[in-house]
Design a protein. Structure first.
Length: 332
């Protein structure tokens, strides 16, 4: 069985959100394709909080190369997928290394200026969306790019799907307590709409502490570090899934919401262009509250159109076929 290293930050492996879900899914798909995905991360990291001055993650990555390379060489690994731009220098030691970005140099994101120089050194990438492929080519001249979605768990999407369980005033938001995710907007929406039941789900336990700085309205329910099973059960019960992030690289909950037939409200930004169907409504800070209320008031409980589109575009089956083709070419 061929070995492929997956290099992520320690905190990304430990939290129940996008990067860890992606890692577990890729490992399982790898096993089915005869590829052993080996998890690799620095044993030390600078900070779990990327917004603290002086603790930007890319700086921390640069002081972790010895730890990462030792792990890679001890396993005789030649092919590496790294998910953080700070590890771009791996290609100096391992020519068969490829970036799968968990972030992107967009002005809306923390560390934007620090990320840019690393992206100028990328020569091969796998990305989640056609938008990211276009941006890598346009901004950084990277054209050796495969687009493979992070496929949602089809078994969970079937098992938990029950339109009769939908609560029509329930709005679901999944994100982080970070400026570009706009949790402040969700809290303000809840304040202005006391008739709505608003669930805010955070991937990591660290947000239990940081959310204490907000005045949380009584109609807001905070949830932390849910399992995938719990996420899909909660997703099924919501009428509307709302994303108000400024920019997103993964947008995994949006694809899961589509698969569960949710009425979706999303940002107008082009990075969400792949989230499109009859009941996926794009808006902005000026009209989001109205769009969420319109979606909640729709007579239908679910959108079969959204669900059908998601299964055809973002399923685990699509992801597996993408990696089957990618590994066949990259590992030969």
């Amino acid at each position: 069985m061929r070995k492929v290293g997956l290099v992520m930050r320690k905190i990304q492996f430990t939290e129940a959100q996008g990067p860890r879900v992606f890692a577990d899914r890729l490992k399982q798909i790898g096993l089915e394709l005869g590829v052993d995905i080996v998890f690799i991360s620095p044993e030390r990291h600078v900070s779990g909080y990327d917004w603290l001055p002086g603790y930007e993650h890319e700086k921390g990555d640069l002081v972790n190369y010895d730890v990462v390379l030792d792990q890679i060489h001890s396993q005789n690994i030649e092919h590496v997928i790294y998910t953080v731009s700070g590890f771009t220098f791996l290609k100096m030691f391992l020519p068969k290394s490829v970036l799968f970005p968990h972030s992107f140099p967009d002005p809306a994101l923390t560390g934007y200026e620090m990320m840019k120089p690393f992206y100028t050194m990328v020569d091969k990438a796998v990305v989640q969306t056609e938008f990211l492929k276009r941006e890598l080519g346009r901004n950084f001249g990277v054209h050796d790019v495969n687009v493979i979605p992070i496929g949602f768990n089809e078994e969970l999407a079937h098992r938990h799907y029950d339109p009769n369980q939908v609560v029509h005033n329930r709005v679901l938001w999944i994100g982080r307590d970070e400026e570009n995710r706009r949790p402040d907007l969700v809290l303000e929406y809840a304040r202005q709409n006391p008739d709505k039941e608003v669930y805010m789900v955070f991937g990591g336990r660290r947000y239990e502490e940081s959310m204490k700085k907000y005045d949380i309205p009584s109609n807001v329910k905070l949830q932390f570090a849910l399992t995938q099973d719990e996420v899909f059960a909660l997703m099924n019960s919501a009428k509307v899934y709302w994303s108000c992030s400024t920019f997103d690289t993964f947008a995994m909950p949006l694809t899961e919401a589509m698969a569960m037939g949710k009425m979706v409200v999303k940002p107008e930004h082009a990075c969400y262009g792949h989230i499109r169907s009859t009941h996926a409504f794009a808006g902005n800070e000026d009209n989001w509250f109205e769009l969420v209320n319109m979606a909640a008031a729709a007579p239908r409980s679910v959108s079969e159109d959204n669900r059908e589109y998601a299964f055809g575009a973002f399923s685990r089956t699509i992801m597996k076929e993408g990696y089957r083709n990618f590994f066949a070419d990259w590992l030969k």
